[in-house]
Design a protein around this ligand. Structure first.
Ligand SMILES: Nc1ncnc2c1ncn2[C@@H]1O[C@H](COP(=O)(O)OP(=O)(O)OP(=O)(O)O)[C@@H](O)[C@H]1O
Ligand SMILES: [Mg+2]
Length: 355
């Protein structure tokens, strides 16, 4: 465990009243009471050898906040001089109700090791007693931010095709685990830029084994209709659906359903097969893949191994090359993200509020 919390008494006399300090003659000394293990320390003990001592991280005051999502805040910190990302989950005090879920999640993170998945490094407990999930830090930011940067230079030929291949490789690996692991929150904000033309999948915090019953949802706009409708029996094909929406983002640089009212949107997705419209300027093969991925019938959606062969095939590169590969990739005129060029902060917040 980390350092003792600062509000703990440090002076022995504060812990034991003076009468307790000197045991009566001839009586064996009374051992100090041993505190029962807290749920948190129990959780950390169970996650063998995964606890990162707090003194190997730089002081919490020096951590830099780099993002906030539905599940918590993310900081850039330093572990023995190496940059790391630390996620502190919102409302993450560990209770007897959620400790087994957290334990399950950490076990899943521990088992995943793949070049296209952000590497989990361990857990720590900060000075306030919060559980911190420590992972590799990627300085390139998220795909969401890149897609919505005014001066980005993305094209399918130069980088987006490779991003799609990376995502299929990472997702095929996640789905190949036994028992099978689902991501369930795949979206451009959970995809991080790892180099000129490489991405890694992040934030498998909502991941569960497929045997689990789900209690919380991934972000609605990327969420498969069977999850939105509250069905707890669904398959890994929910991730294929979300990948389809990410594919759409990579073809439009827009936010799914950005002009639709949030009220009633889920019902339209569930009941009317309502989906983001695919631009007809894009290669037909991409459109076909998109439509298959976002099919309302999970069995009709391809798996990631199949998608990989499609993205790697000659037909795909020929289609992309046929128009100099220069799609798409401009912001639509009405993209809210463009407003970032003008009056920045609040408008950008509006844009992120779609997440
Ligand atoms: N390992 C990391 N390295 C670098 N930046 C990261 C890392 N993890 C997250 N981030 C940044 O922090 C931001 C916020 O991440 P966070 O996961 O909290 O929010 P989110 O992805 O928008 O929502 P959700 O809670 O649904 O995952 C990300 O969009 C990304 O820019
Ligand atoms: Mg995230």
């Amino acid at each position: 465990m980390g350092n003792a919390p600062s509000n703990q008494p440090t002076d022995e006399s504060q812990i034991f009243p003076s009468s307790d300090l000197t045991p009566a003659l001839h009586e064996p000394p009374i051992p100090p009471p041993i505190a029962p293990p807290t749920i948190q320390s129990h959780l950390l003990q169970t996650v063998e050898n995964q606890e990162i001592p707090l003194d190997t991280l730089n002081p919490k005051e020096d951590w830099i906040e780099i993002g906030q999502g539905a599940q918590g805040k993310v900081y850039k910190a330093s572990l023995l001089g190496t940059p790391v990302a630390i996620k502190i989950r919102l409302g993450n005090s560990i209770t007897s109700n959620n400790s087994s879920t957290l334990f399950q999640e950490i076990k899943i993170l521990q088992q995943l090791q793949h070049p296209k998945i952000v590497q989990y490094m361990g857990v720590a407990t900060d000075t306030d007693g919060n559980l911190c999930i420590v992972s590799e830090y990627l300085s390139g930011g998220s795909l969401f931010n890149l897609l919505h940067s005014p001066n980005q230079q993305l094209t399918w030929r130069d980088n987006l095709l490779q991003y799609a291949i990376d995502l299929c490789q990472g997702m095929a690996y996640i789905h190949a685990q036994n028992p099978r692991v689902l991501h369930r929150d795949l979206k451009s904000a959970n995809i991080l830029i790892a180099g000129q033309s490489t991405v890694k999948i992040a934030d498998i915090g909502l991941a569960r084994t497929s045997a689990d019953v789900m209690s919380s949802k991934g972000t609605e706009r990327w969420c498969a209709p069977e999850i939105l409708s509250g069905n707890s029996h669904y398959t890994e094909k929910v991730d294929v659906y979300s990948f389809g929406i990410v594919l759409w983002e990579m073809c439009t640089c827009a936010i799914p359903y950005q002009h639709d009212r949030a009220e009633g949107l889920a019902a339209r997705i569930i009941n009317d097969d309502y989906r983001p419209e695919f631009p007809n300027t894009m290669p037909t093969m991409l459109r076909d893949i998109y439509e298959d991925c976002v099919s309302s019938k999970p069995v009709g959606r391809p798996d990631f191994a199949y998608l990989l062969t499609k993205f790697r095939g000659n037909k795909m590169s020929n289609e992309i090359e046929s128009r100099n590969g220069s799609y798409p990739v401009i912001h639509p005129n009405d993209c809210l993200c463009l407003m970032r060029r003008g009056n920045t902060a609040t408008r950008y917040q509006r844009c992120l509020s779609y997440m």
